[in-house]
Ligand binder design. Sequence first.
Ligand SMILES: [Zn+2]
Ligand SMILES: [Zn+2]
Length: 172
Amino acid sequence: MKLSIEEIKHKVGEGYDFELKEKVEELKYKGENLVFSEPVKVSGRVENLGKGLFGVWGMISTAIEDRCYRCLAKTRLELKINFNFKFSENPENFKDEEDEVFPIEKDNIDLYTPVINEIILNLPSKILCSPDCRGICPSCGADLNAGVCKCKKTNVDPRLQVLEKLLDTNND
Ligand SMILES: [Zn+2]
Ligand SMILES: [Zn+2]
């Protein structure tokens, strides 16, 4: 995931548009494997901002695969993330910058680390197969998205409902 600054190194205000694609198989994250179901695509623009600073901005798009937090079904999560990174051959000169300034080595901007950081930062804390996933029954383990489980059925047994009604009227 590299961008050369050779052509724009000494030309303040100059830049170029780019589109990069890289296959990232797996990534360790919080003790879990993050599986990418699509290559990581990064498109945008790199520009010489002057004073030895280079800006790279644009959009990261990819998709990851994980298990739903509630029902454990395989779930695909599309990610589209806007980014704005800064790079320099002397990042130590920009310690006062609000944003982190990443190092440039041998006229190359390597987007890999900031891009992966950005993806991890933008992951939801809980991945769900759908916002209204019903999850798994805590007593029998049945997938409640597929229908009502046996435990649930006994609760809504029509005979019981009649009984409840009778009890209610008796209390009145
Ligand atoms: Zn689910
Ligand atoms: Zn159940």
